[in-house]
Write a new protein. Structure first.
Length: 123
């Protein structure tokens, strides 16, 4: 799944809304009605998220990302074991270990590359 769609969905729905979307529809092609009240979408992901999604893709289809890394981190933070996460995501426990390790590495890189807002540009 293109990373830009994942980020666009996260920006539009927020982390919680994106999580609800991928929990219910991960990996499938999903029709986004222009009027969300005429679908099951509000019940599945919340009325506010459904409205935002319908404004973004009115009457169109999206391929909902699997977002395994994102989901694995959320499950891990909620206290799930790697075994439970593996079952939910259809992965091996080793696969979950690698996902979580990659997520930790990304977070470290983000911290290191973030600039101090007080720092001025010299060149």
């Amino acid at each position: 799944m293109p990373e830009d769609l994942t980020q666009e969905l996260k920006d539009t729905l927020g982390d919680d809304g994106f999580f609800r979307l991928v929990e219910v529809h991960a990996g499938v092609r999903l029709y986004i009605p222009s009027d969300p009240d005429r679908s099951e979408l509000p019940a599945a992901i919340g009325a506010d998220a459904a409205v935002r999604l319908s404004k973004m893709f009115p009457g169109g289809y999206i391929r909902v990302p699997l977002a395994r890394e994102f989901r694995a981190v959320r499950y891990h933070k909620a206290g799930a074991t790697n075994r439970e996460i593996a079952k939910r995501l259809g992965l091996t426990e080793g696969g979950v270990d690698r996902l979580l390790k990659r997520a930790r590495a990304k977070k470290l890189v983000e911290r290191k590359t973030r600039k101090d807002p007080r720092q001025i540009e010299m060149f």
